[in-house]
Design a binder for this molecule. Structure first.
Ligand code: ADP
Ligand code: MG
Length: 244
């Protein structure tokens, strides 16, 4: 069973084709990695399937149903949740309150558990030593990512899309986040992870797609893909550009 099936999804911004005919099939229960150089179109692809904006062309099937162009709110209620590359929680609300907002507005099934209790349960599951009574604007970048993840989990997703969740973490925190992602997967939640860190990709992904200039250049197991000459060239090209 495919949890996500996109057919030639394309997103243009004026004359710029940020995502170019990307067809992605994600099996239920997989951790599927999406990688590519900066500006390759990874976040735009995520945005165009979660309802932040509709794709310019192409079709999206989620959990067996066509969902092309539906809003983020509807997608969340259907069971697709995402974290942001740069999280923007409500700054004046505490950690716990931010997650409660996700619990109250994110899920349609009437949870018998009170929002407060459910939010505490999710925070305990995420377990990133979050000071739950501290306002979000006093937290560091890693803590903000953890709240954003807790907020996304509050939607009770079937598919969770993580946009560079691991970037900025220390090596020790990377191990924690990798086991957390696998623990989420073991709860039956399929995952698409946009990721840069090779250790994370090798450690958690079943399948990886590489995009460059919005276009798929490789797909396969992490080992196959990371040894692909075209993929190596795409990354080396970027490194050279950064060193210039
Ligand atoms: P990645 O996440 O792979 O680093 P993005 O999806 O953020 O790449 O960006 C892909 C391309 O689309 C970039 O050239 C970026 O400048 C452009 N882009 C992204 N979002 C917008 C937007 N809202 N309006 C115009 N251009 C955008
Ligand atoms: Mg991005």
């Amino acid at each position: 069973m495919l949890i996500l099936d996109t057919k030639k999804v394309t997103k243009r911004f004026g004359g710029l084709t940020a995502v170019n005919q990307v067809s992605m099939q994600v099996e239920e229960g997989q951790v599927y990695g999406l990688i590519g150089p900066n500006g390759a179109g990874k976040s735009t692809f995520i945005n165009s399937i979660v309802g932040r904006f509709p794709p310019t062309e192409g079709v999206v099937y989620f959990n067996g149903e066509e969902t092309t162009g539906l809003s983020a709110e509807i997608m969340c209620h259907k069971g697709m949740a995402r974290t942001f590359q740069i999280p923007r929680p409500f700054p004046q609300l505490t950690v716990l309150e931010n997650v409660k907002v996700g619990v109250i507005f994110g899920s349609v099934d009437k949870d018998p558990m009170p929002a407060d209790e459910r939010a505490r349960e999710i925070l305990k599951f995420v377990d990133f030593n979050l000071p739950i009574d501290t306002p979000a604007d006093r937290l560091n970048a890693v803590q903000l990512k953890s709240i954003d993840l807790a907020r996304a989990l509050a939607c009770k997703p079937k598919l969770l899309l993580l946009d560079e969740l691991a970037s900025g973490l220390t090596p020790g925190e990377l191990d924690t986040i990798m086991s957390l992602i696998l623990k989420i997967r073991d709860q039956g939640i399929s995952i698409i992870a946009v990721e840069h860190i090779m250790r994370v990709i090798k450690g958690i992904c079943d399948t990886v797609m590489v995009i460059e200039y919005g276009t798929t250049i490789a797909e396969g197991t992490p080992d196959e893909v990371l040894n692909n000459p075209e993929v190596i060239k795409a990354y080396l090209g970027e490194e050279e550009a950064e060193n210039a």
